[in-house]
Design a protein around this ligand. Structure first.
Ligand SMILES: NC(=O)c1ccc[n+]([C@@H]2O[C@H](COP(=O)([O-])OP(=O)(O)OC[C@H]3O[C@@H](n4cnc5c(N)ncnc54)[C@H](OP(=O)(O)O)[C@@H]3O)[C@@H](O)[C@H]2O)c1
Length: 345
């Protein structure tokens, strides 16, 4: 994979990276052994960037990544010496209880990042993102002063934000210290194309596209009868009961998403093979569409199995979508998905 970068990001990243929420909790059961298998498959397929958070499994995802990277460094020699060094982005803020704007203080930032440094086994975190804080946090000078302090103290190399809305993204991009914006961007969430991506390009801010498969809907594997485990957010957050409903199926009603994903599946060319010689899948086409959007630095699909991680990485080597395929993506969105999401996030 040819690495991508952005002027404000102090390291380059693989275009397809790995989301590591699945390695913590909230997606049914993922054993520690399969979690290590997912990380190894991604790294072996050229992924050089992992996205996690201090709350995924209350630190389990961070700890698994930390032990994976330590084992890999021990078996390969000095991690820094390898050209394909892996960088890890984590997030902070959601440990606050109650989760209110006033919890986002320098003292809390120090405590949260210290815990993440221990979990990941590093002195300096590569990238820390505010984890979808209350909107007013993005407008406060004190937020960025505290983040700058973490950089000067050597706790973190760079900081970014994870946002729910395009407005929040634009507020953060205007701040000179913000290196990255993580936002939901996929075939069912196109609004960032209007203003956020152009603003990020102009400012040199990295765009990390999350929930790229709309929580799996864009794999085209589900039908109207598909169910998920009780401890999977696709069951327990279907209507936003636990957190923003936009994080589950990108906020698209399940039946609407299943039908629209079927139409996306129809665009996969018959007989096409990926770099591993496997038939091109709907997931890969959906990821490739994101990579085609100017301003996208990396896309972070979550994977519950090694095979998923491998297949997602191979999407980076597919040819860009044709004009006709891209036009159909837009038509499918406009016809059924747009009314459910466009004005909301
Ligand atoms: N607030 C935030 O900052 C925030 C919120 C959400 C996510 N994130 C980050 O973004 C990452 C990605 O988002 P996400 O994991 O929520 O959603 P996603 O990447 O859109 O969907 C992940 C799901 O897609 C399915 N999938 C993945 N690869 C596949 C493949 N090759 N073939 C078929 N199905 C495949 C799997 O579903 P099955 O489980 O059915 O196999 C997997 O659990 C997270 O891991 C996390 O790092 C951040």
């Amino acid at each position: 994979m040819t690495p991508r970068t952005a002027p404000r990001l102090p390291f380059s990243v693989s275009p397809v990276s790995l989301g590591c929420w699945q390695l913590g909790a909230d997606w049914g059961e993922v054993s520690e052994e399969s979690a290590h298998g997912v990380l190894a498959a991604a790294a072996d397929a050229g992924v050089t960037f992992f996205d996690t958070a201090d709350v995924y499994g209350d630190g389990r995802s961070e700890r698994i990544i930390g032990s994976f990277l330590a084992a890999r460094a021990a078996s390969d020699g000095e991690a820094e010496a390898r050209p394909e060094a892996i960088h890890v982005a984590t997030k902070m803020g959601r440990r606050a209880d109650p989760h209110v704007a006033g919890a986002y203080t320098l003292d809390a930032f120090r405590a949260w990042t210290d815990r993440s440094r221990t979990n990941l086994g590093v002195d300096t975190l590569d990238l820390v993102q505010l984890h979808c804080p209350p909107t007013e946090v993005f407008a406060a000078d004190a937020t960025y002063d505290a983040l700058d302090t973490l950089v000067s103290e050597g706790r973190i190399s760079a900081y970014g934000v994870s946002v729910e809305t395009c407005e929040e993204a634009l507020t953060a991009i205007a701040r000179p210290g913000v290196a990255s914006v993580q936002i939901i961007l996929n075939a069912f969430r196109r609004k960032p194309l209007d203003e956020v991506l152009p603003a990020a390009v102009a400012a040199g801010v990295a765009i990390i596209a999350r929930v790229p498969l709309a929580s799996g809907l864009l794999s085209g594997r589900y039908d109207e009868h598909t169910t998920f485990a009780a401890n999977d957010h696709r069951t327990f957050n279907r209507n936003g009961e636990a957190f923003d409903v936009g994080e589950t199926f990108a906020g698209v009603p399940f039946d609407v998403g299943v039908a629209a994903a079927r139409e996306i599946s129809a665009l996969v060319p018959d007989g096409a093979l990926d770099r591993d010689g496997s038939p091109v899948t709907t997931s890969q086409l959906a990821l490739r569409w994101i990579l085609d959007q100017p301003g996208v630095t990396t896309v972070i699909p979550g994977a519950r199995t090694a095979a998923q991680a491998r297949s997602n990485a191979a999407a980076a080597d597919l040819a860009p979508l044709t004009k006709e395929q891209s036009a159909r993506f837009a038509e499918i969105y406009d016809a059924s998905v747009r009314p459910h999401v466009h004005a909301r996030w």
